[in-house]
Design a protein around this ligand. Structure first.
Ligand code: CMP
Length: 140
């Protein structure tokens, strides 16, 4: 089933100049990037984006990190994109992420774990809406 998922390349990925390498992985896999923009999140936007983690002990640190620099936001489309992209990025904690996954290959800790991708259909819809207007998404 063709699906859309939301992917964000986090401030550490942009600072480390990994943007090209990360995009290449999704294109190599056969997914299509149907929307993309560079954004500097403010506190309000970051809190909204991560509202499901509000109250958790890592929330403050996460918001601080996510507002520390530019991110690249994308909508990635393809067969089973939500599950497949989560597999490609690997476990949240980079120490548990398998080599070959993005976090397994590029990260050592949280919250600086390089990339985020939606974990469900509901989050994908919510996150895509938060970052993109309908006319900014290109689909045939
Ligand atoms: P992400 O997939 O974007 O979802 C929530 C983010 O919170 C996660 O990646 C990490 O960057 C960050 N984070 C920091 N500490 C933790 C933790 N203990 N558990 C889960 N996420 C964490």
């Amino acid at each position: 089933m063709k699906e859309r998922t939301f992917v964000a390349l986090k401030p550490d990925a942009v600072k480390r100049k990994l943007v090209g390498k990360l995009i290449e992985r999704f294109e190599n896999k056969g997914f299509e990037i149907i929307a993309m923009k560079m954004v500097k999140l403010n506190r309000e936007m970051a809190e909204k984006y991560y509202e499901e983690h509000k109250g958790k002990d890592f929330f403050e640190n996460l918001v601080k990190f996510m507002t520390s620099g530019r991110i690249v936001a994308m909508v990635v489309e393809g067969e089973n994109a939500i599950t497949a992209v989560r597999k490609m990025i690997g476990k949240t904690n980079p120490i548990e992420a398998e080599p070959g996954t993005i976090r397994g290959d590029f990260a050592t800790k949280t919250p600086e774990n390089v990339i985020h991708a939606s974990d469900s259909k509901e989050s994908a819809e919510r996150e895509i809406k938060l970052f993109f207007k309908e006319e900014e998404i290109f689909s045939e």
